[in-house]
Structures are given as structure tokens and as C-alpha cells.
Write a protein that binds this ligand. Structure first.
Ligand SMILES: [Zn+2]
Ligand SMILES: [Zn+2]
Length: 237
């Protein structure tokens, strides 16, 4: 009888988790005070890539976007890649705190709603097979899958990473472009499916070379409009 009572109580009041950042009791993988401490991108942002702008630029477009042709329509991000924001991404990617992906997905889905983005499918930026074997999961895949559940759209894991690339943050702009050039292809298992508007998901946006290259491939395969959503972005460089 006691056992049943215990099970019922656990069902009614599930044990609260610990915040993966500060260790405090939390309802999710990241507690509300750590989420409040994030530097949300709400003020001046680039109208193309969504990066925070520290100074005035003509047309509110950052120098990265001025020079390059972007294959995606627009990119949005939730918070700056620093302090607590950086900690969350690191916990997810390098310390296996998978549940942080669901917290990020919720923030990212909210951003897409705020921006009135309409889409039929969610595509993750893929990681290379060898990295998948070491890490055990693709963080962008976890986030994308949850966004597709929250939005009631399809999860479309249709890209493959064919080249193992150096981490983008270690490179300058030119090398970032070269690094990801021809690093992706479409997974042929997904032939025949067509979506007009998709959301492309990654964890961090730096110069946008990775998402731009993925967008190029998606467009080659018939996607008309690509909207990029990342959890965090570096400030303008
Ligand atoms: Zn916390
Ligand atoms: Zn920009």
C-alpha cells in the first residue's frame, strides 16, 4: 500500500531536476534565474542575420551580411553567445546535458512565433558521422526535433555532413567559408519530399557560413525559403 502511495506521489509530484548550470533545484534542465540571466537579443540586431549590433550600421545590416550573398531569407537568434548563454551550449554539446536542448527549443520556437515565421518542416544542421559516434547525439537534431513537435510541423533530417570540419569558432571569416564549402549534401533517402518553407536549426550563429552552405544545398533541392534559427549568436565582429 505504501509503495502504491509512493508511486502515486511521484507521479503527482515528479522529483524536480537540478539546473545544469548552477545546480539549483529547477523544473527544467536550466533554472529560471539562469534563463533570466541570459542576454536576450532584443535591442539593435542585424535585419538579415539577427546578430546583435554594438554600433549603428546603415540599414541595420552588419558588415558580414553586406558583403555576402545569403541563401537563406532571414536568421534569428535568442541570446548572445557569452556568459551563461555560452555555458548552456557547452553543457549541451560537451557535457551531455541533453535536456538543455529542450529548454533551448522552447526559447527558439517562441522566437519563431514572435517573428511570425511560417514553415512546414524543421531541418537540423548535421554533424559528421564520426562526431556523432563520439558525442552520441547531434545537438541541433535534438533541438530541431523538439521544435517540430512544438510547432506541429515535420522533422526533416535531410542533410548529411560529408566532410569533417574544424570548429568554426577557431577560424577567421575566409577560412570559415572554405571550411564548410562542399561539407554537406542532401540525404538521398529523403528524395521526393518537397517543402516550400523550412526552418534550419543550429546551436550557434557566428558568421553564418555553415547555415549559408546548408541553405545553398536545400535550395538546390527545391526548398524555396529557408529561415534560420539558432539559440545563440556572437556579437558583430
Ligand atoms: Zn540555474
Ligand atoms: Zn548580419
Amino acid at each position: 500500500m505504501l509503495k502504491i502511495k509512493k508511486i502515486l506521489l511521484e507521479l503527482l509530484y515528479p522529483k524536480s531536476a537540478k539546473c545544469c548550470i548552477c545546480g539549483n533545484t529547477a523544473r527544467e534542465a536550466v533554472c529560471s534565474s539562469c534563463l533570466t540571466a541570459l542576454e536576450y537579443l532584443e535591442g539593435r540586431v542585424c535585419l538579415k542575420c539577427g546578430k546583435g549590433l554594438e554600433e549603428d550600421y546603415p540599414d541595420n545590416t552588419c558588415p558580414d551580411c553586406k558583403g555576402d550573398h545569403k541563401h537563406f531569407e532571414l536568421a534569428f537568434s535568442c541570446f548572445s553567445y557569452k556568459d551563461r548563454g555560452k555555458d548552456i551550449i557547452h553543457k549541451l554539446k560537451y557535457e551531455g546535458c541533453r535536456d538543455a536542448a529542450y529548454v533551448l527549443a522552447r526559447l527558439m520556437y517562441q522566437k519563431l512565433r514572435d517573428e511570425n515565421v511560417s514553415f512546414q518542416a524543421v531541418v537540423p544542421v548535421p554533424i559528421h558521422k564520426s562526431k556523432l559516434e563520439t558525442r552520441g547525439f547531434n545537438q541541433a537534431g535534438l533541438i530541431a526535433e523538439r521544435i517540430s513537435q512544438l510547432s506541429g510541423t515535420d522533422f526533416w533530417d535531410c542533410l548529411l555532413r560529408t566532410k569533417e570540419t574544424t570548429e568554426q569558432f577557431k577560424l577567421d571569416k575566409i577560412h570559415r567559408i572554405l571550411n564548410v564549402h562542399d561539407a554537406f549534401c542532401k540525404n538521398m533517402m529523403y528524395n521526393g519530399v518537397k517543402y516550400a518553407d523550412i526552418v534550419l536549426v543550429d546551436d550557434v550563429y557566428t558568421t553564418g557560413s555553415t547555415v549559408n552552405e546548408c541553405s545553398r544545398i536545400l535550395k538546390q533541392h527545391g526548398v524555396q525559403r529557408i529561415y534560420v534559427i539558432t539559440a545563440a549568436t556572437g556579437s558583430n565582429t
